[in-house]
Design a protein around this ligand. Structure first.
Ligand code: FPP
Length: 232
């Protein structure tokens, strides 16, 4: 249901292609993840400066546990380092951190850092950074349905939306997936029901402010076309 001149409130990024980026340079996959983590800062800045309210990042899926242990450890280390570095920005920009996913299997240190930062930024309303960590949309939906099973009367869409990790956030308007793959990969299936999908061959470590701007411009051009006759 794309609407004419719909405002871009929520962008979701499926950050794909770190491994291929590294392989092209004869480097280990972990090097690609490091560069991928570095790329996030500029992408967030461009989104928030362009008026986007919520950015969701797919950092680690429930399926990613099948990767080699050193790669998993690197991704979690990068997340910890990123949160340490980015926490200052969250306060500066009055941005709330949301972590979507089950934190119970991650290290105590990372879990506590996430929980502390979520609690300390919970009152901010200017922007939201939502990180999908040990996240899978089907698991999220099952968890939501189970939490509603004792509800009296019919379950509504609002009940389900309110039982997801993204409770209170607007639906995703734009999904950006890098590296040429055209799949949703269990990324916020419920929240993406009306999203536009932007696929680019650019590998995530090369995704930058310019690329972000292009995706945002594409979203607005797409919605204008969908709305039919301008000024009607
Ligand atoms: C997909 O590329 C990327 C991931 C599974 C991990 C994404 C993680 C980061 C960018 C770093 C940590 C996150 C944050 C929020 C600081 P891939 O490894 O599947 O690439 P490939 O398809 O080329 O192998």
């Amino acid at each position: 249901m794309a609407e004419k001149n719909k405002k871009l409130r929520h962008v979701g990024f499926i950050m794909d292609g770190n491994g291929r980026w590294a392989k092209k340079r004869n480097k280990p996959r972990t090097f690609g993840h490091k560069k991928g983590a570095d790329a996030i800062i500029d992408v967030l800045e461009e989104c928030f400066d362009s008026g986007v309210e919520v950015v969701s990042l797919y950092a680690f899926s429930t399926e990613n546990w099948s990767r080699p242990k050193d790669e998993i450890d690197t991704i979690f280390d990068l997340l910890g380092t990123f949160l340490k570095k980015y926490s200052k920005k969250l306060f500066e920009k009055k941005s709330r951190l949301v972590i979507s996913g089950d934190l119970s299997p991650v290290s105590k240190e990372l879990r506590e850092r996430c929980e502390r930062l979520m609690a300390d930024t919970a009152h901010f309303t200017d922007h939201v950074l939502n990180i999908a960590l040990n996240y899978g949309s089907r698991v999220e939906l099952v968890r939501a349905f189970n939490s509603l099973k004792d509800k009296q009367g019919d379950i509504t869409e609002e009940d389900i939306s309110g039982a997801l990790y993204t409770k209170g956030l607007p639906d995703i308007d734009l999904v950006v997936r890098t590296s040429g793959e055209m799949r949703l990969s269990n990324f916020f299936l419920w929240q993406c029901a009306y999203a536009e999908y932007y696929f680019t061959d650019v590998l995530w470590p090369d995704f930058n402010k310019e690329q972000t701007k292009k995706a945002i411009e594409w979203f607005y051009s797409r919605n204008r076309r969908f709305g039919g006759i301008e000024n009607a």
